[in-house]
Structures are given as structure tokens and as C-alpha cells.
Design a protein around this ligand. Structure first.
Ligand code: C2O
Ligand code: CU
Ligand code: CU
Length: 467
């Protein structure tokens, strides 16, 4: 994955826009200052146990610049963090009160096709869906979101998303921060495009669909520039790029280094230190950060082809919390493959004209199965992002049901970010990524698609049948 170079930032421009928005708000309401509306980092409540209830509902999200009409699970915006353990049986009760059809997909979960929550498992307006299945997967930070054909982008943009943690005996035994909301925090990062009333409404233009629906603010857990008060110590952040179609480069204002310990599907074979992290939409990484000094540090989000935003502040007090060593290695079993025996497939992701988003020349058709494969088989897939230079736009590739192993990126061994379990990879124009996937236990229809949601909804998706 090539490093992306950020173009010059129009930071002053966005600051001015926010001042104008805030100014309008202040004169109208007579409120004190914009910072009085900023709060502490919201922590989504945990949802645990055998019976899990979700209500898909409409709501409102109040930001310092205005109030937007939103959608959420069990609340106004986003949803609870579901936390389960490997081996658990879970029964969901998911009520759709949105007034329109939707679905709930468990992104990254190894799950029977009928409960995958893709475009075939529509939850009609006013009805309840009751998937129930066994968790049969190693510890990972997954997430959930709607997946209705042609409506995924809008529903996610409006706020329908939540974290889905799997723990297992191994993860629980590790000496790493694991107290939810104390030293182990979810960070759902999303950019949103506010209009002159300070509201976001899903209305991408044609070029937004092509180039990405890029926002003029960044939210974390649904809040604008919140702060988190912490003691000195080691903290774990489970980060989701929850955007529709923005590539993020994350870093700290003070250039501090942190340790990446896990990717989409669980722990990396080896952790590694870095000062920045590039994330495609839907990708997750877990990081460990040591805060050793009293003071303030900010998390910064640079958006590819967009601006740079302060995302949140960490306020470190003088009191001492707990420091943890950063583990150097974890157990990870890569997908075992055999280049001679395994079936190989190629996926060419391509854009034709404005609005033609295709994989292998075809646009998504719910009535067409693109290929079938055998249960208990391993396959090797090559994904190509066709188009270079001005004609090229980034894509990502996501496969349902499995966590795959990346074998190569542009002919080279993958870098550390792609050394562990993955369900989504980023492809810059011209990139070619080879992955090994193991399909087992379940049969049925699953999706593969670009996770730039505007591309997905425009047809960059296909389906395969495991039989
Ligand atoms: Cu995160 Cu097919 O989706
Ligand atoms: Cu998925
Ligand atoms: Cu795409």
C-alpha cells in the first residue's frame, strides 16, 4: 500500500467556516462560546449477554454547529458496543422502527449466511429480525451496520453503526488494557459534511460518489472534538474508520509513537510502533498508547483529498494510572494455502464513466450469483484496482464471512498493517493485492464489495455461493 501524500491543507478555510457557523449560532442563541458545547468523549454502552436487543430508530444529533436528523441503534446516533466471547450462543432481537426497510450486517463475523445481515436479509419497516447463532471466532474488534441494497451509504451516514467485540480465553489472558471505558476505548471516527445550518444530510453529488463523500468536520463516537480525561498510563484504543468513503491518516499532535497490536480480525503476529496510521473505510486497528506526562495531546485526522482535523483531546492528569508493557508478538495462524492446488480468482475493480462501478465488468445484481465455491476450501484471490493517474480512484475490498491473510501487495510481502487477520484492504489506483481465504462451516450467499459505500451502492459489489 503506497503511502499517500496529503495535498496542502485548507485548514484556515475550515476554521473560518466553523467560526461562521458558530457565529451564527451564537448570535441566534446568545450562548457563551462554542467550546462550552464540547464534552467528554461519549462511550457507547456495552450490550452483553445471551439475549441482545437492538432497536433501529430515528433521532437527532446535536453538535455545536447545529442539530442533524439521524439514525441509531438504541439511541440517537451510532449503537451500543456488543461484546461477546468465542463459543457464546447469542439471540438477537432487532426491531426496525425507522419507517423504512434496512438490514443489520455483522462486519467481519464468521456467521451462517442466513444471519449475515446482507442485502438478502431485509428487515422490513416495523418488523423484528431474530438472528441467533454461535460465536465461533477468535478475539477481534468487528462492527455492525446496515447493508440494504442501494441504501447502505445513507443508513450508515445517518449514524447506523456500532462496535462488535469478540473476546476469547487468549485475549482475556493477555496483560493489556481491557477495562471498557476505563483503559480500553472504542474510537469510531467519521467525517460529516455540514451545510450552512450546521447539519449533515446525506446528499452526495456525482463527484462525491466518485472521489469520496468527504466531510468538513470529523466526529469521534458521534462527538465533535471531545476530550478524554485520563491518568498517566497505557491505554488501548480500538479504532474504526466509520466513514462512508474517506481514507484517514491518524496521528497525534505531538508526533508521539504508539503500538499497533491488532487489525480487522484480531491480533497481529508482531506488534509494531508507528507515529501514523492509514485506514480505509471499515478497517479497524487496535493501538496501545503510553501517556507518561501530565498535559494535553490531540488526535489528528488527515483526510485523503480532504482537510486535516483535530479529532479529540487527551487530557492527562498528574495522577498515575497503570502502565503495561507492549507485547511484541501474539498468536496468529495465517490461512494455510497451496498455490498449486487452491482455486484462484481475480477481481478487477473498475470505474466506467461517471457512475459505472464494476467488478470484473459487472455491476451488482441481487439475482445473479457471480460464482460458487466449495465449503471447506481455500482459495487465492487477486484484487486489482484498475486505472492509473487521473483516471484512478482508490477502492477497498471487503469479503463477508471470513478473515483472510494478505499474501502480497504489488508483488511484495505486505507491510506490518497487513500482516494479520483482515477482512478489508485498501487499494490505491493500480494496486494489486493477493489474499488467501478459507471458507468453512457454513453454506449460502455472501457478498464481496468495495467498502467505499458510495461505490458499493453504485454497483461495486458481487455475491458468491458457498455450497
Ligand atoms: Cu461492512 Cu458488506 O460490509
Ligand atoms: Cu461485511
Ligand atoms: Cu470503490
Amino acid at each position: 500500500m503506497p503511502l499517500f501524500n496529503m495535498k496542502n491543507h485548507k485548514k484556515a478555510g475550515i476554521a473560518a467556516l466553523l467560526m461562521i457557523l458558530a457565529g451564527g449560532l451564537l448570535s441566534a442563541s446568545g450562548n457563551k462560546e462554542i467550546s462550552s458545547e464540547r464534552g467528554t468523549l461519549p462511550i457507547p454502552p456495552l450490550l452483553e449477554g445471551e439475549n441482545l436487543n437492538l432497536v433501529m430508530q430515528r433521532g437527532e444529533l446535536k453538535l455545536p454547529m447545529g442539530t442533524s436528523k439521524t439514525m441509531g441503534f438504541n439511541g440517537n446516533y451510532l449503537g451500543p458496543t456488543i461484546r461477546v466471547s468465542d463459543g457464546d450462543f447469542v439471540n438477537f432481537n432487532i426491531k426496525n422502527t425507522l419507517g423504512e426497510d434496512s438490514t443489520v450486517h455483522w462486519h467481519g463475523l464468521h456467521v451462517p449466511a442466513e444471519y449475515d445481515g446482507g442485502p438478502h436479509q431485509v428487515i422490513k419497516a416495523g418488523t423484528t429480525w431474530k438472528p441467533s447463532f454461535k460465536i465461533d471466532q477468535k478475539a477481534a474488534t468487528l462492527w455492525y451496520h446496515p447493508h440494504l441494497l442501494g441504501k447502505t451509504a445513507e443508513h450508515v451516514y445517518n449514524g447506523m453503526a456500532g462496535m462488535f467485540y469478540i473476546e476469547d480465553a487468549y485475549s482475556k489472558s493477555l496483560l493489556i488494557p481491557q477495562k471498557y471505558g476505563v483503559n480500553d476505548f472504542p474510537l469510531v471516527i467519521q467525517d460529516r459534511k455540514l451545510n450552512n445550518k450546521g447539519q449533515f444530510i446525506y446528499s452526495p453529488g456525482r463527484s462525491d460518489i466518485m472521489r469520496g463523500y468527504i466531510g468538513n468536520i470529523v466526529l469521534v463516537n458521534g462527538a465533535y472534538e471531545p476530550f478524554l480525561e485520563i491518568k498517566k498510563g497505557t491505554y488501548r484504543f480500538r479504532i474504526l474508520n466509520g466513514s462512508n468513503s474517506s481514507i484517514y491518516k491518524l496521528r497525534f499532535s505531538d508526533k508521539r509513537k504508539f503500538t499497533v497490536i491488532a487489525s480487522d480480525g484480531g491480533f497481529l503476529p508482531r506488534s509494531f510502533n508507528t507515529a501514523s496510521l492509514v485506514m480505509a473505510p471499515a478497517e479497524r486497528y487496535e493501538i496501545l498508547v503510553d501517556f507518561t506526562e501530565k498535559g494535553k495531546s490531540s488526535l489528528i485526522t488527515e483526510i485523503y483529498n480532504g482537510d486535516t482535523f483535530k479529532t479529540m483531546d487527551f487530557t492527562v492528569s498528574d495522577s498515575k494510572g497503570t502502565f503495561y508493557p507492549h507485547p511484541a508478538a501474539f498468536t496468529y495462524t495465517p490461512v494455510a494455502y497451496d498455490t498449486k492446488k487452491n482455486i484462484k480468482r481475480t477481481f478487477r475493480m473498475e470505474t466506467r464513466g461517471m457512475g459505472g462501478f464494476i467488478i470484473n465488468g459487472k455491476s451488482m445484481d441481487l439475482n445473479r450469483i457471480d460464482f460458487s465455491l466449495k465449503k471447506n476450501s481455500t482459495e487465492i484471490w487477486t484484487i486489482e484496482s484498475v486505472g492509473m493517474g487521473m483516471m484512478g480512484i482508490p477502492h477497498s475490498f471487503h469479503v463477508h464471512d471470513v478473515q483472510f491473510t494478505v499474501l502480497s501487495v504489488n508483488g511484495k510481502k505486505p507491510g506490518p498493517l497487513y500482516s494479520g487477520p483482515k477482512d478489508t484492504v485498501l487499494l490505491m489506483p493500480g494496486d494489486r493485492i493477493v489474499i488467501a481465504l478459507r471458507f468453512q462451516d457454513y453454506t449460502g450467499i455472501y457478498m464481496y464489495h468495495c467498502h467505499f459505500l458510495e461505490h458499493e451502492d453504485s454497483g461495486m459489489m458481487g455475491q458468491f455461493m458457498v455450497e
